[in-house]
Design a protein around this ligand. Structure first.
Ligand code: SF4
Length: 440
């Protein structure tokens, strides 16, 4: 029986692609090992590196891995977003590696057989595969459900849109079936994922609010986490989306990457919404969905960003106080329009990201401190070192160290006694619903 190692980088959508490849290979009688990064690939017949191309640093790390793996005797297969957008980089780094773009991964069994015969193959033309046919039943508390790939936007800094086909939304019926199957199989957290959840269904006369309205009807006790949404699509279904958050099966969580607080920079990034619209969405969400956790992303140092633009961004973040703000330093990505612009000096970009990060850390530290002394109900989903981590109903990350792995997949009451800028910390006090082992 051939053996395959799958090494996965990047977002939940990429992880879901690896779930699909793992399941298809196992169905084909092939032994599969899954790792995140930096594992020892020796001894496998095939090594599949499922790549990410969002950031320069990740691309660098993947190049080093491919170089290291190219001489280990395993057949190397590169999938993921670099396979779709950076064939040139892969061929320069590992000339013998086969290349399989994201839209072709459902043929992985036949592709490995072909590589066995020919040594190397290239599948970089994206088909419009509906991957919801292939969503496996996960054995863990968390189940990743891809709902589409591609998007409808043309953000100037983004290379991912070249990696995957234009928007390809998967069948609503099959997605709902996959959710029901995974809930029946024991999943408690359903992570709906795509490149842009906001665009879901625009090519199928539906949208994410319609999908959620049906998903919460599925029997069972579980929580749905909705992945990242480009704010430009919200106007199409905002009221229905807000309504869906009224159902207890929905984590009160939304991830809306705003990217900048300057309308000038948003226009130059080809982001199709204004700060006023973004601000109105947040205000309405907070008034209609009490306790909602709002996550956003900011790119600091976009080539056309002036000091004034940056200060507008800092002021917006300070004013709107998103619950979680992820900050990225602008990094030039190949093939993008932003790559052709005159880049800001590195020290300027670094200085701005340090200033914004300092402000955000202080803000989140203060906001998470509001949980001190409270008792919250937490769904535990993962083990991290000696801690067990979980989420409140607002998807706030919680860490405890007096529970064991037996509590994963269970709701437990926790007394919050501490916090950082990234999570709240406490002691489990047990659950009437599902008895758990409380460690002394
Ligand atoms: S919405 Fe924009 S940032 Fe997101 S994948 Fe599409 S082009 Fe890239």
């Amino acid at each position: 029986m051939p053996s395959v190692l799958i090494e996965t980088y990047g977002c939940t959508l990429n992880q879901a692609d690896s779930d699909i490849m793992e399941s298809l290979l196992k169905q084909g009688g092939i032994g599969v090992t899954r790792v995140s990064h930096g594992s020892e690939p020796k001894g496998n017949d095939f090594v599949i590196v499922n790549t990410c191309t969002v950031k320069k640093a990740t691309e660098q790390r993947i190049r080093e891995r491919l170089r290291a793996m190219a001489h280990l005797g395993s057949r190397l297969v590169v999938t993921g977003c670099m396979a779709g957008a950076n064939r040139d980089i892969i061929e320069a780094t590992a000339p013998d590696a086969s290349i399989v773009s994201p839209g072709n991964i459902t043929g992985i069994c036949q592709i490995l057989a072909e590589i066995g015969e020919k040594g190397k193959v290239v599948y970089d033309k994206d088909g419009r595969t509906d991957k919801s046919y292939y969503i496996p039943a996960s054995n863990s508390a968390i189940s990743r459900i891809p709902v589409s790939e591609g998007c409808l936007s043309s953000c100037d800094f983004c290379e991912t849109r070249f990696a995957r086909s234009p928007l390809n939304s998967f069948s609503e019926e099959l997605i709902l079936h996959a959710i029901a199957m995974n809930v029946k199989n024991g999943a408690k957290e359903i992570e709906l994922t795509s490149q842009d959840m906001g665009a879901y269904g625009a090519d199928r006369k539906t949208n994410i609010a319609n999908l959620l309205e049906k998903a919460v009807q599925i029997e069972g006790e579980f929580r749905i986490r909705v992945g990242m949404m480009n704010p430009e699509h919200l106007h199409r279904y905002f009221d229905e989306l807000v309504e869906s958050y009224g159902n207890e099966k929905m984590y009160k969580f939304i991830h809306l990457p705003v990217q900048s607080g300057s309308n000038k920079v948003l226009r130059e990034m080809e982001r199709r919404y204004t700060i006023e619209q973004f601000s109105d969405y947040l205000k309405e969400l907070r008034s209609k969905v009490p306790g909602i956790c709002i996550e956003t992303d900011i790119i600091v140092g976009y080539p056309t960003e002036t000091e004034e633009d940056f200060l507008e961004t800092a002021e917006m973040v300070n004013g709107l106080r998103p619950t979680i703000t992820n900050i990225s330093k602008f990094g030039l990505r190949p093939h993008t329009a932003a790559a052709k612009l005159r880049q800001l000096p590195g020290p300027v970009v670094k200085d701005r990201s340090i200033r914004l990060a300092r402000m955000v850390k202080k803000m989140q530290q203060e906001d998470f401190a509001r949980y001190l002394g409270r008792r919250v109900r937490v769904l535990f989903t993962e083990a991290n070192g000696s801690s067990i981590t979980g989420r409140t109903d607002s998807y706030i990350p919680v860490a405890v160290n007096n529970l064991d792995k037996g509590s994963i997949g269970k709701w437990v009451w926790v007394d919050i006694s501490g916090n950082s800028y990234a999570c709240i910390i406490g002691k489990a006090i047990g659950s009437k619903l599902q008895p758990v082992e409380i460690r002394a």
